[in-house]
Design a protein around this ligand. Structure first.
Ligand code: TXA
Ligand code: MG
Length: 345
């Protein structure tokens, strides 16, 4: 299949170009598009056949449901059966933005979107290309992250091209995404609401508005033995080809431990994920993920660095850990899920 690549400025998007992509969605095709978090792979939510293709090209397990992306709050009421008061408060506070809310679904939402569940996920992304694409497609857009299943989510159009070129009709190149980790997923069908996946909107930010509980999987500390609330939780995620060792703890201990690991694995091609503050403590092939003084700089580079190490063909990736405060929880959730081994230094 030919894949059309359309370059669009995310600050000042050319509506004519967006309409080309919207027409592809309308005709039942797939379009990869930027959001503020990561790139999404979109289809018309209401077209089961189109949505089915998303699962096929990503090689996504059929029991992992998709998020409906909307550009107008009115669509909540068309897709969701019960809209609790908390949803209105959170939509007011955080939409458009990196927050996905789960509701009881209405019949109009096809089973393929929800993977057969009675609930469905909705979010309004904060990106002018995404919002206009939804608006001109005249339907909600069902979209997972635009990566092959199990791989790190794409934060540039090049990442999408790497995974999906010639498999989908269109890729919109809207530059780098500005958050770098996916949206926060919160289940509003239970009381108190449950944070299932930490993301761009932090636990602390949500707690300023509503009473909310943290699902154990959000911290990704342990493997679960019980049935996961969100089917997506049970799959290995964000996994680079090389094994990843994550070292958590006090920063001085982390540095010492990583130096030891490098010593033990001499002869292997090692990639180290370090920070501005710690880069000089290790040998070569260090990637600076960001600064410990601002976790947002870490989040925005995380998936790109995992992909870069894959492309370089390193044998082993060793990463420093971070505090789980604020956006740090989302970063550590992704690192722990990507890691083969987590060490407490
Ligand atoms: O930032 C994001 O959320 C990006 C952009 C493209 O919007 N999308 C994204 O989609 O990360 P995806 O499919 O990679 O992750 C969606 C998560 C999965 O963990 C899925 O299991 C969960 O949301 N989810 C979707 N519908 C659900 C439902 N009804 N109940 C529980 N979890 C649900
Ligand atoms: Mg994903």
């Amino acid at each position: 299949m030919e894949t059309r690549i359309i370059k669009i400025d995310q600050i000042n998007p050319d509506i004519k170009k967006i309409k080309i992509a919207a027409n592809i969605i309308k005709r039942g095709g797939l379009v990869a598009f930027p959001t503020e978090t990561v790139y999404g792979l979109g289809a018309n939510t209401l077209n089961s056949e189109a949505v089915f293709k998303i699962f096929k090209v990503k090689n996504r397990p059929a029991d992992n449901p998709l998020i409906n992306h909307i550009a107008d709050k009115e669509w909540i009421y068309k897709l969701a059966e019960k809209v609790p008061e908390e949803a209105i408060i959170l939509a007011e506070a955080f939409w458009p933005g990196p927050l996905t809310m789960i509701f009881k679904k209405r019949k109009i939402v096809p089973d393929v979107v929800t993977a057969g569940l009675k609930t469905t996920a909705i979010r309004m992304p904060k990106n002018k290309i995404a919002l206009n694409l939804i608006k001109y497609s005249q339907c909600p857009i069902a979209a997972p992250s635009a990566n092959l299943s199990g791989k790190p989510s794409p934060t540039t159009a090049d990442h999408v091209i790497h995974d999906l070129y010639k498999k989908i009709e269109c890729i919109i190149d809207g530059g780098k995404t500005n958050i770098g980790v996916e949206s926060t997923v919160i289940d509003l069908t239970v009381h108190p609401p449950l944070l299932l996946r930490p993301g761009g909107v932090t636990y602390e930010m949500l707690r300023d508005f509503i009473d909310i509980k943290l699902h154990p999987s959000a911290e990704a500390m342990i493997k679960f033995d019980k049935k996961p609330e969100s089917p997506g939780m049970k799959y290995r995620h964000y996994a680079p080809k090389a094994d990843l060792i994550l070292v958590e703890g006090e920063i001085d201990n982390i540095i010492k431990k990583i130096q030891e690991i490098c010593e033990e694995n001499r002869g292997k091609k090692i990639g180290i994920i370090a920070t501005e503050e710690t880069k000089e403590f290790y040998g070569n092939n260090v990637r600076i993920i960001g600064s410990r003084k601002d976790i947002r700089t870490v989040a925005v580079n995380l998936f790109r660095i995992l992909r870069d190490f894959d492309n370089e063909g390193v044998d082993l990736i060793v990463s420093e850990g971070f505090s789980t405060r604020g956006l740090g929880l989302a970063v550590m959730n992704r690192l722990r899920k990507a890691a083969k081994t987590v060490i407490r230094a």
